[in-house]
Design a protein around this ligand. Structure first.
Ligand SMILES: NC(=O)c1ccc[n+]([C@@H]2O[C@H](COP(=O)([O-])OP(=O)(O)OC[C@H]3O[C@@H](n4cnc5c(N)ncnc54)[C@H](OP(=O)(O)O)[C@@H]3O)[C@@H](O)[C@H]2O)c1
Length: 269
C-alpha cells in the first residue's frame, strides 16, 4: 500500500509526448496521482489521467486546473513542461511567430501559475517546477527566440521564488540538455530563409539535428523531477544534461563572450 503522505497530486503540462509523458509515466508508476495535459488527447495513459488544456488560452487553463481541483481536492506539484521550439535566422522570423513561441513558453507557464498558486498559497505548501532549457544560458544561433523564451522563464521563476517563499511554496527550474522527443520535428519555422543566411543556417541545423544527445531517454529528466518533489527545501536551479552540454553552462560563466561564441560556432562547423 502507498504511504498517503508520500502521494502527491501532480499536474504536468504537455503530458502528451516527450519529456512530459515520461514525467507522467514515472510519477504515476511511483504511486502519485498524476494529471497530464495537452491539446492532443489520443494517448492511452497508463496510471494517470490526461485532460485537455491549451496553455495559450486563459479559459482552457482555468478549466483544466479546476477539473483537477474538483477531482483531487488539491494540487501539490505543478510541472510547467509544455513548450515548443523555433528555428530560423532571427531576421526572418515574423514578430507574430516569435510572439506565439513566447506566448507558449513563457505566458503558458504564467497562466498555469495564476490558476494553481491561489490554492498552494492558501494551503501554505506547494512546488512549481518550470522546465526551461540549457538554451536559457546562452543565445543559440538560429534558435534565438527559443533561447530568449527560456531565459525569460528562468528570470520569471527566479523572481517568483522570492515572492512565494514566505507562503511555503517552492519554485525551481530544471534545465534539460537535448533529449529524444518530438520537439525538433515540431519546431516553428519562418516561411522563408533569406539566401544570405542559407549556407550557415543549413550547416548549423544539420549539426544540431544530427546531435547524438538527441538520442538520450527523456526518462532521465523524469528521474530528476521525481527526486525534486520529495526535497523539503529544493534549491532553485537544476540540470538534466551531460558531458559537453553541461560543461557549456560553466564555460559560458567563465569565458569571455567572444571566446565562448567562437567555440559555439566551431561546434556547429
Ligand atoms: N527535448 C529536448 O531536447 C528539450 C531540451 C530542453 C528543454 N526542453 C523542454 O522540454 C519541454 C517538453 O518538450 P519535449 O522535448 O518533450 O517536446 P514535445 O515532445 O514536442 O512535447 C511538447 C509538449 O508540449 C505540449 N504543448 C505544446 N504547445 C502547447 C500548448 N499551446 N498548449 C498545451 N500544450 C502544449 C505538447 O502537447 P500537445 O501538442 O498535445 O498540446 C507536448 O505534450 C519543453 O518546454 C521544451 O522546451 C526539451
Amino acid at each position: 500500500m502507498t504511504d498517503q503522505a508520500f502521494v502527491k497530486v501532480v499536474l504536468v503540462t504537455g503530458g502528451s509526448s516527450g519529456i512530459g509523458e515520461a514525467i507522467c509515466r514515472r510519477l504515476a508508476a511511483e504511486g502519485h496521482r498524476v494529471y497530464g495535459t495537452g491539446r492532443k488527447l489520443d494517448l492511452q495513459p497508463v496510471g494517470y489521467r490526461m485532460i485537455p488544456m491549451d496553455i495559450t488560452n486563459d479559459e482552457s487553463v482555468e478549466q483544466g486546473v479546476q477539473l483537477v481541483l474538483e477531482e483531487a481536492g488539491r494540487i501539490d506539484v505543478v510541472v510547467n513542461n509544455a513548450g515548443m521550439g523555433i528555428q530560423g535566422p532571427a531576421e526572418d522570423i515574423s514578430p507574430e511567430l516569435a510572439l506565439h513561441v513566447i506566448d507558449t513558453n513563457v505566458m503558458g507557464a504564467h497562466r498555469v501559475c495564476r490558476a494553481v498558486l491561489p490554492g498552494m498559497r492558501e494551503r501554505g505548501q506547494g512546488l512549481v517546477i518550470h522546465i526551461t532549457s540549457l538554451a536559457a544560458n546562452y543565445g543559440l544561433p538560429f534558435r534565438g527566440f527559443y533561447s530568449a523564451s527560456k531565459a525569460a522563464l528562468e528570470r520569471y521563476a527566479e523572481a517568483q521564488r522570492m515572492e512565494l517563499a514566505p507562503f511555503g511554496v517552492h519554485v525551481v527550474t530544471l534545465q534539460p540538455g537535448e533529449y529524444r522527443t518530438g520537439i525538433a520535428a515540431a519546431r516553428a519555422r519562418p516561411a522563408s530563409i533569406g539566401p544570405h543566411y542559407a549556407d550557415t543556417y543549413d550547416r548549423v541545423m544539420r549539426v544540431l539535428d544530427g546531435s547524438l544527445h538527441y538520442s538520450r531517454d527523456p526518462d532521465e529528466v523524469a528521474v530528476k523531477v521525481s527526486r525534486l518533489i520529495h526535497r523539503s527545501s529544493p534549491y532553485g536551479v537544476h540540470f538534466a544534461a551531460h558531458g559537453v552540454q553541461r560543461l557549456s553552462v560553466v564555460l559560458k560563466k567563465v569565458l569571455p563572450s567572444r571566446l565562448f561564441e567562437r567555440l559555439m560556432m566551431r561546434h556547429y562547423r
